[in-house]
Each structure stands twice: as structure tokens, then as C-alpha cells.
Design a protein. Structure first.
Length: 112
């Protein structure tokens, strides 16, 4: 769990414990709370964003060209394409196209 990961006093909660009854009463679990360490929060936020982007993209493919709710749930396999890498433009241009999702993420995480 990340609390205010880009703020002055971030909190990272990490470990095997979750908030289920079994985890809190029966199982052997661990949980580490790290407060105020911006470097640790940055690493965890970077990994979260990597995983989020990966799965959000895969989920978006489910709904692409769907004609019904049922067709949206049919598994679609990923086919490599230069458009994935370049966002439909030349190498890296989508990271610098004003207002694009990639440009906004680049600016946000680089502190610009």
C-alpha cells in the first residue's frame, strides 16, 4: 500500500499480510511500514505504475471492437506491433506529443 508516495512524508506498507480474518488471527504473516523514505516510495510507485500500465493495456484490448458485453469477455491474444512501442508515431514521439497520456506521465514522473 502506498500513501502519498510523491509527498513530503510518504508511507509504504509491504509484506505478506492482508486484511482478511485469517491473516490477522490465524496465519503467520509479516508487514513492514516504512514512513518518510522517499527513495523507497519512489521504487514502489514505479513498480506499481509498471504493473498498472501493463494490465490496463491488456484490459483495454478486451473492450476494443466489442459489439456486446459477451464479446468483450472473449479472450484476445496480444500481437506485437510497433504501435505499442511508439504509440502510433515515430520512435518515442508519443512521449513528447503535448497532451498525450505518455507525455503527461513522462512530465509527471520526471518532475517537470
Amino acid at each position: 500500500m502506498l500513501v502519498d508516495p510523491l509527498g513530503d512524508s510518504p508511507t509504504v506498507v509491504v509484506g505478506s499480510a492482508n486484511f482478511s480474518t485469517a491473516s490477522t488471527t490465524d496465519n503467520d504473516e509479516n508487514m513492514l511500514v516504512i514512513r518518510g523514505d522517499k527513495a523507497v516510495a519512489d521504487v514502489y510507485l514505479g513498480e506499481f505504475m509498471r504493473l498498472f500500465s501493463h494490465y490496463a493495456f491488456r484490459e483495454s484490448l478486451q473492450f476494443k471492437n466489442a459489439t456486446s458485453d459477451a464479446s468483450a469477455l472473449v479472450r484476445k491474444f496480444l500481437v506485437p506491433s510497433p504501435q505499442w512501442i511508439h504509440g502510433g508515431g515515430e520512435a518515442g514521439t508519443s512521449y513528447f506529443k503535448a497532451g498525450s497520456d505518455r507525455a503527461l506521465r513522462r512530465a509527471y514522473f520526471s518532475g517537470q
